[in-house]
Design a protein around this ligand. Sequence first.
Ligand code: NAD
Ligand code: ZN
Length: 357
Amino acid sequence: MKFRNFKMVDYVVYGRGSFNQLDEIIAPRRKEGKPMIFLVDHFFEGRPLLSRIPLRGNDKVYAADVTHEPKTSYVDELANHLKNEFGTVSGIVGIGGGSTMDLAKAVSLMMTNPGSSADYQGWDLVKHPGVYKAGIPTLSGTGAEVSRTTVLTGPTRKLGMNSDFTPFDQIVLDPELAANAPVNQRFYTGMDCYIHCIESLEGTYLNEFSKSYGEKALELCRKVFIEKNEWNDESDDQLMMASYAGGMSIAYSQVGVAHAVSYGLSYLLGTKHGIGNCIVMNHLEEYYPDGVKEFKRMVEKNKVDIPQGICKGLTDEQFDKMINVSLGMKPLWENALGKDWEKIMTREKLRALYEKL
Ligand code: NAD
Ligand code: ZN
């Protein structure tokens, strides 16, 4: 038995208004003449948050275009631009949802590692630590703020740069920043966390470490999405901690069926992570009976629509592509169904599941 020795985020600050401490927090990380780069979710363009960014010297703000989930080509373009413009930079601060945080992590790594980010999609391929990187979530649920990966769509696959160099040096958890997220988006991203909990707690990789964080995150998700009748500040406080704990839970276990199937949708159809997981979870009674029942209650209570029929009219070839991507996620299936998962989740069975979505 080999135990995982995993690298965590170095510094965490939590609290409403903690974003105001950013200037002080990054001050010791500034290098003479080298700018701090703020990569900010394009949603915030022209909004008050931009004027609160602590710019000094030749610091620069870039809008992260998250219309699509991050691609390796976009990461390379940003990193090459920064290298051409500044040589090197003091650091990258990513402010936004999971997409922006993943971009920030990947760009930081590509400032010091040669080639294309696509060369590092996989496990422990990154050779050098990146430049200083800080993550500041404005949506809660993905756990990208604590994870050792950054999910990228490359020329041949959708896979993260998983490495000990990937976690942030610093995260700033300020629930105020999530206050204005649209109801549907907040729900889809929040359900990413809920699904992380179910997949971790129902998985064969479960241990007491994962369980401790997973149970806490699940309890917080229930408070937010079932017990409360109105969204309030406390909901944002709770969901931000749920995201953190949910991320810590899967760090020492793994996700499961919903994620494995949703990766196929995302690869073929570009379906986004949060909503894709919801579309799949809606049909997983066989694997997570209690979790799916509760998920449906949350959908109903929060009056959110989960799209149906998104695989209608796809060709055999397209189904095959999704099945290949999905079955390629071996650790996810093994966690969900055990060592003999290949006997349980056959291509035919998976095809039938995709046809239902
Ligand atoms: P997102 O970052 O893709 O953002 C979704 C939408 O919400 C965007 O339009 C964005 O502009 C908007 N938005 C963000 N913050 C907002 C706010 N405060 N108010 C209003 N709008 C806001 O969404 P997400 O669900 O947080 O992240 C999904 C991404 O995270 C995917 O790319 C997925 O692959 C990745 N992910 C990464 C990990 C990891 O461990 N690295 C884990 C899970 C998911
Ligand atoms: Zn997820």
